[in-house]
Ligand binder design. Sequence first.
Ligand code: AR6
Length: 167
Amino acid sequence: MRIIVVQGDITDQRADAIVNAANSSLLGGGGVDGAIHRKGGSEILEACRKLRASAYGKGLPPGQAVATTAGMLPAKWVIHTVGPVYSATENRSHVLKSCYRESLHVADELGASTVAFPAVSTGVYRWPMDDAARIAIGTVRATPTKVEEVRFVLFTDEAFAQFQAQM
Ligand code: AR6
């Protein structure tokens, strides 16, 4: 598997699957989540509502992942994952690792060969960027998958620099 790091807006990326840093409600929010729903259109929210009405009545727990249509985005699927909120007193790294592992597992089930990830938990959920980059790249490298290309799409200069430093 090839890992690449680029700077940009994940909603502009052509990939089989785009990963969303969602919240447990699956019903939208700010950051990447807001951008994906705005650009992907109402079809994604409709699919999320259906998930809430069926298998995910209580929402999607942190560390898990689930796929929907990508609506109008230049991708086939959006894989929604919920990162942990950063805590200085409790080590939640296993939850952040699980986001990457479970997203790749869902990608394998879908048959996606290219997957674009944002830096999960590093915005509203406040995870320090250097540690998030280390966890993201280390976990993807260590996860057995049929995905051929994992592309990290970093929004800010700092995120891009920290992810590049881990390559
Ligand atoms: N493309 C790529 N990266 C982006 C984009 C974009 N369009 N927009 C922001 N980022 P966040 P979280 C970066 O807050 O920390 C939402 O309200 C951003 O700079 O999107 O996991 C959800 O609904 C940061 O580095 O996700 C949840 O409630 C990274 O994406 C909550 O935020 C993640 O920031 C999830 O918080």
